[in-house]
Design a protein. Structure first.
Length: 136
């Protein structure tokens, strides 16, 4: 078994696509529009299935906001340098909500950013990602 994708409901599909592609450097993999059922999908990622998990953005027609709830935590993305990744996010107009630095009680460097719908994304610094295709 393997994780194929994570789905997030978004209030403005194009705004979210712009954030994940322009700010976080993901690629648009595919889209589908389902007017009969009143929803649109966009799949993004740093690669596609089955080698990489994808992010599915779901827009339900007429719904521009969702409640976060208390069960959702965050999506984690490995980055070469969390400090540089935060600077890149800020330069692209993104919102860094926890600057890069060691995790409490440990040495792993992490940071958090928030997408336009309020979803949290954690950056985890991983020096072994030199072959990864990200802009962070």
């Amino acid at each position: 078994m393997r994780i194929l994708h994570t789905m997030l409901r978004v209030g403005d599909l194009q705004r979210s696509i712009d954030f994940y592609t322009r700010v976080l450097g993901m690629k648009m993999l595919r889209t589908s529009d389902n007017p009969e059922y009143k929803y649109s999908l966009a799949f993004l990622g740093y690669g596609s299935n089955p080698e990489h998990a994808e992010l599915e953005l779901t827009y339900n027609y007429g719904v521009d906001k969702y409640e976060m709830g208390t069960a959702y935590g965050h999506i984690a993305i490995g980055v070469e340098d969390a400090y540089k990744a935060c600077e890149a996010v800020k330069a692209a107009g993104g919102n860094v909500t926890r600057e890069a630095g060691p995790v409490k009680g440990g040495t792993t460097v992490i940071a958090f950013v928030t997408d336009p719908d309020g979803y949290k994304i954690e950056f985890i610094q991983r020096g072994f990602l030199s072959g990864a295709q990200t802009n962070l």
